[in-house]
Design a protein around this ligand. Structure first.
Ligand SMILES: Cc1cn([C@H]2C[C@H](O)[C@@H](COP(=O)(O)OP(=O)(O)O[C@H]3O[C@H](C)C(=O)[C@H](O)[C@H]3O)O2)c(=O)[nH]c1=O
Length: 192
């Protein structure tokens, strides 16, 4: 497993080993002890899986507020997508900054999106599936969204993305009152 820091401290790029043979490949897509060797001790409790039929489907930017804030470990099960995290921790040295990575079935890359970061993605192929582990359960009362085009993110999308009604009506980041405060570096920041 290869773990690499991204331009946004706290957000990690994780690449599990792929063991190829004549049949295809085998990969341990998630290993608690292997993540722990990199200082990543997150208790994931829910797996999410969504399919987006059209290229240019954009889901985000989403978060869950405390007491059901979620860290996410994101990967692409089929197709290709551009995954984005935005720091929304008040007082963070990187508040409002974003990072994006292309995740695909082919590259097997994963993004660790910690608590305190907005998450969203846009699909780059039809019938793209995203699967991701969450560190807390779904809580509609804590669910929140920020407009995809209000954080200066270069999504690489030509024309208008395919959005849910919720995402089309989301508030701008500039109007957003974040429920998160910077509490210092994550344990894994010193290790990556
Ligand atoms: C998130 C979630 C949704 N749902 C139900 C609620 C709706 O009936 C339906 C679609 O929900 P939503 O439109 O919020 O789904 P996405 O737009 O893919 O939202 C997700 O997209 C971004 C990328 C995220 O990181 C979050 O996990 C999440 O906000 O699934 C559930 O039953 N459980 C859940 O955990």
């Amino acid at each position: 497993m290869k773990v690499t820091a991204t331009a946004l401290p706290g957000v990690l790029l994780i690449e599990p080993a792929r063991h190829g043979d004549a049949r295809g490949f085998f990969s341990e897509s998630w290993s608690r002890p292997k993540l722990a060797q990199h200082g990543i001790e997150i208790d994931f409790v829910q797996d999410n899986h969504s399919l987006s039929r059209s290229v240019g489907t954009l889901r985000g930017l989403h978060f869950q507020a405390p007491p059901h804030a979620q860290a996410k470990l994101v990967r692409c099960g089929r197709g290709r997508l551009y995954d984005v995290a935005v720091d929304m921790r008040r007082g963070s040295p990187t508040y409002g900054q974003w990072v994006g990575e292309e995740l695909s079935f082919e590259n097997g890359k994963q993004l660790l999106v910690p608590v305190g970061f907005l998450h969203g993605f846009v699909t780059r192929e039809p019938d793209t599936e995203i699967v991701y582990k969450c560190s807390d359960v779904y809580s509609p009362a804590c669910d929140g969204a920020v407009r995809w085009d209000s954080c200066g993110i270069d999504w690489g999308v030509e024309g208008d993305p395919v959005l849910s009604e919720k995402d089309a009506a989301a508030q701008a980041f500039s109007d957003f009152e974040t429920p998160f405060t910077y509490e210092g570096p994550f344990p894994w920041e010193a290790r990556a």
